[in-house]
Design a protein around this ligand. Structure first.
Ligand code: NCD
Length: 307
């Protein structure tokens, strides 16, 4: 029996049905050609508040647009200019935002576990969506990635999917690995220098490579990750040039993968480091499609939690 979920905090702990229901709801927002996302008024009268304590371009904007496309009221707080900079505690800030009748609270925070902690304090009518917590999880990114893979490649269980780069610091990688596992993907690989692998990587029970050539061999999908300098302690990689040479995806290395491989990246991309211009802008790239699909998937998540 499928459990109704109240908050979206992580992919870990979801049931496969939760994922499938959200993805199929997302597909209903597209027009017949799967190109344009249609608006409706399903969330008319609902207030959706965005609290981003870390920078964001795509995630914050698509959450705002998703709520607007569903007819909700949208409140986006600029945390640098809010009272948190006057010393107000996070719990007090959230209590005040919830008192404004916020039914959907989207939060991004640099400390892992913050959305889960808050979910224990918000009023009954507030649903929390984790938009990224430190190195923890980024569940809506994983859902939009799964949507994009399914749309372009079909049944995920039959695919070879490689996740490449700074796995250690990446909440996107963590959520994607949980999602791929839940959806039954039989061939999941991670490719990273040893220093950029999390200590619990063995618990995922997936193939680990430190060479691109072996790791992306015959892959159907390659998910590239950004080197997360803001979370990096020094000395984890020898130099950016070495990293780029060994792990950067360019038009030479991509030939090891299947001829019709799809390349994804959650953004922001570091052109010329983890991905070359030809690959980022080339025919294999789904990077901008991910952003578009993210809008529909975030609409679906909001509707799913509320109804
Ligand atoms: C990611 C994030 O913030 O976790 N970006 C995103 O949400 N699209 C990945 C990153 O910052 O590298």
């Amino acid at each position: 029996m499928n459990e109704k979920i109240k908050h979206l905090i992580s992919i870990k702990g979801l049931e496969v049905n939760n994922i499938n229901e959200i993805l199929s709801l997302a597909s209903t927002y597209f027009d017949r050609d799967n190109k344009y996302i249609l608006s409706n008024n399903k969330l008319a009268g609902v207030t959706c508040s965005n609290l981003f304590f870390e920078n964001s371009t795509r995630t914050k904007s698509t959450f705002e647009l998703a709520a607007q496309k569903l007819g909700a009221h949208v409140l986006s707080l600029h945390m640098a200019s809010s009272s948190s900079s006057k010393g107000e505690s996070l719990l007090d800030t959230v209590a005040n935002i919830c008192a404004m009748q916020t039914q959907i609270l989207v939060i991004r925070h640099n400390e892992e576990g913050t959305p889960l902690m808050l979910s224990k304090h918000v009023p009954e009518y507030t649903h929390i969506i984790n938009a990224g917590d430190g190195r923890g999880e980024h569940p809506t990114q994983a859902l939009l990635d799964m949507y994009t893979i399914k749309l372009n490649k079909g049944d995920i269980s039959k695919l070879s999917v490689a996740v490449v780069g700074d796995i250690l610091h990446s909440r996107v990688a963590r959520s994607n690995l949980y999602a791929l596992k839940l959806l039954g993907c039989q061939d999941i690989r991670v490719i990273a220098p040893k220093n950029l692998l999390p200590f619990d990587i063995d618990t995922f029970n997936i193939k680990v490579f430190d060479s691109m050539e072996n790791g992306i061999k015959d892959a159907d999908v390659i998910i590239m990750l950004r080197i997360q300098n803001e979370r990096m302690t020094s000395g984890l990689i020898s130099s950016i040039q070495d990293y780029q040479r060994q792990y950067g995806l360019d038009s030479i290395k991509i030939k090891y993968a299947k001829h019709n491989v799809s390349v994804m990246h959650p953004g922001p991309i570091n052109r010329g480091i983890e991905i070359s211009n030809e690959v980022a802008d080339g025919p294999h790239s789904l990077i901008l499609q991910q952003v578009r699909n993210g809008l529909a998937v975030r609409m679906a998540v909001m509707e799913y939690l509320l109804f």
